[in-house]
Design a protein around this ligand. Sequence first.
Ligand code: GLN
Ligand code: ZN
Length: 763
Amino acid sequence: MTTVTTLGFPRIGARRELKFALESYWRGDTTADALRDTARELRRRHWRLQRDAGADAVPCNDFSLYDHVLDTAFLFDAIPDAYRALADADPLAGYFALARGVQKDGADLRALEMTKWFDTNYHYLVPELHGGQSFRLRGDKPVAEYLEAIADGHVARPVLLGPVSFLLLSKTVDGSDRLALLDRLLPVYAELLSRLKQAGAEWVQIDEPCLVLDLDDDDRAAFLKAYGALAEADRPNLLLATYFGKLGDNLPLAAALPVDGLHLDLVRGLDQLDEVLKVLPKGRVLSAGLVDGRNIWRANLDNALILAKYALGHVGEERLWLAPSCSLLHVPVDATGEKNLSGDLRSWLAFARQKIEELRVLSDALASPRAAEAALADARDRIESRRRSDKVHRAAIASRLAALDGAAAHRASPYPQRRQKQAAALRLPAFPTTTIGSFPQTQAVREARAHHKAGKWSDADYDRFLAEETERCVRFQEEIGLDVLVHGEFERNDMVEYFGEQLDGFAFTRNGWVQSYGSRCVKPPVIYGDVQRPVPMTVRWSQYAQSLTDRPMKGMLTGPVTVLQWSFVRDDQPRAQTCRQIALALRDEVLDLEAAGIGVIQIDEPALREGLPLRRADWQAYLDWAVECFRITASGVADETQVHTHMCYSEFNDIMEAVAAMDADVISIETSRSRMELLEAFAEFRYPNEIGPGVYDIHSPRVPDREEMLALLRKAREVIAPEQLWVNPDCGLKTRAWPETRAALEALVAAARQIRSEVVAVA
Ligand code: GLN
Ligand code: ZN
């Protein structure tokens, strides 16, 4: 029989049990023992769930209280000295200090830096290493969780992050070579493997997702050295797990590593199966990642079965494992509870549990085609109903897209002409001031939304509340003296959800939670069908806000790439196609805003960069369609209408050309933390349009004063022409409180006034 297994399971719990247990512990409401009990209970429940859904073997040590990369660093004692005393005295407190920072009893430790786990929306903590780093085992988490799993009667396989990926995902604080630490790290891995063997583990899964990235010679040499060394260890069998892409040019390397099994992502790397089977040494286990661990759709089991049979023919049933493409960490737990979705949509969904059931059907079908016939037919029906559904496919949208010509992605005139017309229409001072959109989402705002959602407040009650908040926000901005105002976004829960709820083709789950980092979860919208905008989405509040003031009111939209990037996207057409549909829907909104008298419109694209494919060679194709989609959204307006965009990250160097190709009249970016260094990229590129480098770091409650922001503006003026510069915060103010917002914005306006006078004096 083939073996059904998974590479990892969501940890947070179907009802976010771990989140609540963590937060309660952090608040001091519950004890460490209570947190450990919840964690143990979740592991037990998840192993049983996997077994009941049809898994023959389950992963262990895939559980984490916060993050598995942090677990790895902690396990190998790769923790900065400042945290060591705390970690020795109280390991749990030390662990959470690394994850979240502490400011207590004289201790002031910041959290480790957090960054995206490959191209997912999961964030890991970046281990901080240094040239003199030593490693040792701290605690025995992998062994303990293995023993827990077997005590509960499972065939369990400990999961470890592999040594090379661990180092490549870390950073050194002294700029020394991370991979130089490999020699010191390998003996500790070997010791851990031997302990796992003594504990009885037959297999260990060793994750090396970096094998799907562009690697250089040093990286390759590190892989050869690492696995050469681990082969010598007294150890269980090793399953080398790769995922999130195909091996591509790293295939010969992966095949050459002396391990006992290889996991392949056959969802993203479907076309590599044949090649892999050719080079996979005899006797290796092949773990075939046949169902999508990154998305929530039911698999086409007929197609998967063809692949599985093909692989079976080569490796034999003893050596074929069937698995999701990657860890199931990136999908919610169980779709059966989604009772508020329409029946057909629900029948198309596969969360973690359903994915294991699918693999079970495949395994059964390989063993006995007759026995699995009914299940395969059922899967086929679901795929067919989705393929035929008129909720998914709307002819009008397809023909509208097909009719779209190249002109739709171009403004009427080039930027220099638009600039003149906009200057005449808007009559703004030099160094115009504005904000990024949202103003503080206070307790009162969140409560009002909750009351409305729960039916305690009527639409009229809620509208009255929003109108008051919006008016107060407009008056506030006038009083502070900002030049381009915003309405404040009080009506918005989340920048994607707010739009998704009003667009056709989107659905919202009840419990479709996915871990973003630590205890933070997101519930991504599900884009299941062709997208269109039945009625205007934002015009009413923007128009109302504009009616309150003579100053320009900026309309505020989330861009098509960001909406796509932060949703579960349909898998029955290319992402680019779905993105174009969203772009067209948003274009309608842009035009309606313009027609309603809104002369400045901001289209936020904070997620543009994170959509970059893992391999450089694939970047351009992505950037081409991503930029085109932004331009489709933005380009319908007259020259006089000023289009802004906003991106809140600080790495632009390698995508500068694409950012310029978006051709927004004004772009606001995050720069205050990097002290304007990032502006160099714009300066070097000779970025032609206007630019608002953030001068107020809204991620911190700290209030910068006038001098601090002025210093940043002076730095900006050194590299960017004064007539190109805007003055604004780094990002939206929704997480801030009113008093600090007022103080910071007063200082911001004062800094802008000062720099204006300096520039006039020079001229
Ligand atoms: N307009 C949004 C806001 O101000 C932008 C948020 C973001 O960039 N993430 O909240
Ligand atoms: Zn932002």
